[in-house]
Structure formats: structure tokens, C-alpha cells
Design a protein around this ligand. Structure first.
Ligand code: ZN
Ligand code: ZN
Length: 380
């Protein structure tokens, strides 16, 4: 949890302060002023025996149109406590090519060693960037990014995606609603249908950065595709995300995997065990979101019963959030507390009229369809 780590880090700072400042060759070093270096821990309990891995499979560097060198990406994911990532530079778009050699595999290669050292799983990927529509596709678990087509997009759209498919890639359609003014850009086009029929489309980026592509969630649910969430970060994470807020993290995919390995991640992605997470918001298939939320929220047995003047009784309960996720609940059936905000790693008191068997809430920050919240019930 962020607060605890910040307190800890200020103790570390204090420890530095208590020591004599280092003086060497007439230079005093104010080391206590440096940013403490540590890896954040994002607390999410296991879900039905699966580890919940924090993954961002859509990022850019100067090797396409990003603003940073690949090592910055590796440092960011380490500091933020991610388990796995991929650099997915555009195959067809290289605005820095005058200064940075065009090499489709280089951004990945440059951080392979560092990622191993940092205990971050690095998956090889690239973004196949075709005109919109149909738009952009991420291919991860690829072998060689340089073998994809490098034309200017119009005619050979198909071939590029199929080349990734032939490399046994996991392919997802990126940000389908990103250019709503272009006709057909937010539609289930014949091109998409063909890929889907050939089993060459495996997921859709339902949340891209700060954009929730709501129709895409319904497509994933209806067609059995995997729900993805990612940053599509081009600048520094610190530039785009206000991480000083306790509940703000980069947008990511929570992958429910048997083990913390690339093979397990691939298996979980293929099986669709994911939830997209954008700080306060969750989006995913109902079963996955429900399992995740049930693993995080716990209602303890009633600890107090109040006798009311009208002869009724009210039970008091503690409701706990054992995770760094954030939840807002609104009563949908039963008589009890109407609205509950569960901040990361915290609990609240709730009350319910005695004699009820159960109580139900909509989780109003957790979407299981574009127009439907997750509903959860607690036995009383
Ligand atoms: Zn894109
Ligand atoms: Zn992108």
C-alpha cells in the first residue's frame, strides 16, 4: 500500500539525515534528498488459487513514436510493482528515424537483461498500425517483429496480422473507439469478423489509458474475447498519471494466472481470465470481475446489535477491502447502508436490519457490460 511505503521511506530518509553527511574530497552529498528507490507492492489476494498478475502489454519508446528510451520503461514497471510488460512499438511509424535506427526488435532487446535482473516478465510484442478502420493491433508473444509487413498499410492489412498469427502471437485489437469521427472505426467490421473467424483475434483493448471503450466490453463478453487494459504510454508514466493519489495506478490488465511465468500468462490470456483496471475502475467478464471482487471484499460476522425504539433491531458489520483496488457499492436489495466507499486496504462499518438472510450491492465502479455493474450479495 502506498501510504505505508511512503512512511517507511521517510524513515529511511530520516536514517540518512541522522548519519553524518558524506563528505569526500571537499564535496558534501545530501543523499537524504534523493528519491528513495523501492518497488511498490500492489496488494491483490489470490483469486480461486490464481495469482493476480499486474500487466501492461501496450507501451511505446523512441523506437516508434514514444518519448523515452526503453530502459525508462523497464524502470517504471519495476517501481510500480508490475509483474509483466511488453514494449509494443509501431511497426510502420517511426517519427524519430532520423536519429534512432529503425529496428523492430531493438527496444525489446535493450531491456531483456534489465527486466530479468528486476524480476519483471518481458513479453515480446509490437503494434501493427494500419489505417483506421480497422486500426491498430497488438501482437504479443511474437518471435520476430521485423518479419511483419512494412508497407503503408492500405492493401496488406491482412497479411501483417496473419504474419503475427503465424508466429503464434496473442493478438488484440487496440483502442477501437479512438477515432469516433471516422466512419466505421468503432464497428465490428468484416475485417474484424474475418480475423475472429480465423481465430486470429484473441482480445480487445477495452480500456486504453484513460479511455473506456464501452462497446468493446460487450463484444468481448458476447464473442468470448479477452478483455485487455493498457496504458499505450508514450510519455513518462509520471507525466500522465497522478500517482500521488492513493488509488491511481497506470491502466493495466489483471491476469489471473496459475504461476508467475510467461507460459502461465499466455494460458490465462487465451482462457480469458483477465480484468482491465484503470485506477478506480474495473471492466471485465462478469465471472472474472465477480471472482476478483469476492477475493478482495470480506464481510465479517456482526459484532453489535442495536435495539431500536420501534422494536426492530439493527446489526452492525465490518466490511473489509483486503486489496489495493477501490470499490463503490450501492444497495440494490435488502435494508441496510445505502452507499459504501471502500478505499484500498481499509474497512468500513455497515448496518443492516436484523432478520434478513442477505443483502446485495451494485459495485458501481466495476463494469461487466457497457450498461451493467457487477452485483454482489452477502449472506447475513
Ligand atoms: Zn495504437
Ligand atoms: Zn500504441
Amino acid at each position: 500500500m502506498k501510504t505505508k511505503l511512503l512512511i517507511l521511506s521517510s524513515f529511511v530518509g530520516f536514517a540518512f539525515l541522522a548519519q553524518a553527511q558524506e563528505i569526500s574530497n571537499g564535496v558534501m552529498r545530501f543523499n537524504e534528498l534523493r528519491k528513495p528507490i523501492y518497488r511498490e507492492i500492489i496488494n491483490i489476494p489470490e483469486v480461486n488459487g490464481y495469482q493476480v498478475l499486474k500487466c501492461d502489454f501496450h507501451t511505446h519508446t523512441v523506437f516508434s513514436d514514444g518519448q523515452v528510451w526503453p530502459t525508462i520503461r523497464a524502470q517504471e514497471v519495476w517501481e510500480e510493482g508490475l509483474d509483466a510488460t511488453a514494449i509494443t512499438d509501431h511497426i510502420e511509424y517511426h517519427p524519430h528515424k532520423k536519429f534512432v535506427e529503425v529496428n523492430h526488435n531493438r527496444s525489446h532487446e535493450l531491456i531483456e537483461e534489465l527486466s530479468k535482473k528486476n524480476n519483471v516478465i518481458l513479453i515480446k510484442g509490437s503494434e501493427i498500425t494500419r489505417q483506421t478502420p480497422p486500426g491498430h493491433f497488438n501482437a504479443i508473444f511474437i518471435k520476430d517483429a521485423s518479419s511483419f509487413i512494412e508497407d503503408n498499410a492500405n492493401e496488406k492489412d491482412w497479411e501483417a496480422v496473419m504474419k503475427a498469427f503465424e508466429q503464434d502471437a496473442f493478438i488484440f485489437w487496440n483502442h477501437p473507439g479512438w477515432r469516433p469521427n471516422i466512419e466505421g472505426s468503432y464497428e465490428w467490421l468484416p475485417f474484424i469478423e474475418e480475423l475472429y473467424k480465423k481465430n486470429a483475434l484473441h482480445g480487445i483493448e477495452v480500456i486504453n489509458g484513460f479511455g473506456f471503450h464501452m462497446k468493446a466490453l460487450d463484444w468481448c463478453v458476447d464473442k468470448g474475447l479477452t478483455v485487455m487494459g493498457s496504458t499505450d504510454i508514450h510519455n513518462l508514466i509520471a507525466h500522465d498519471y497522478d500517482r500521488s493519489k492513493e488509488y491511481v495506478h497506470r491502466t493495466m490488465t489483471l491476469v489471473m494466472a496459475k504461476e508467475r511465468t510467461p507460459e502461465s500468462i499466455r494460458e490465462a490470456l487465451k482462457a480469458g481470465r483477465t480484468v482491465a483496471w484503470a485506477s478506480k475502475y474495473l471492466a471485465g467478464k462478469e465471472e472474472n470481475v465477480k471472482n476478483l471482487v469476492n477475493a478482495c471484499i470480506k464481510l465479517l460476522p456482526s459484532h453489535f446489535t442495536q435495539e431500536n425504539q420501534n422494536g426492530t433491531k439493527t446489526n452492525f458489520y465490518e466490511i473489509q477491502n483486503n486489496s489495493d483496488l477501490y470499490f463503490e457499492l450501492e444497495l440494490t436489495s435488502g435494508k441496510g447502508t445505502q452507499k459504501i466507499t471502500l478505499y484500498p486496504m481499509s474497512s468500513q462499518l455497515i448496518s443492516a436490519e436484523a432478520g434478513q438472510q442477505s443483502i446485495s450491492y451494485d459495485v458501481t465502479n466495476a463494469y461487466v457490460r457497457s450498461n451493467k455493474f457487477l452485483n454482489i450479495s452477502f449472506s447475513l
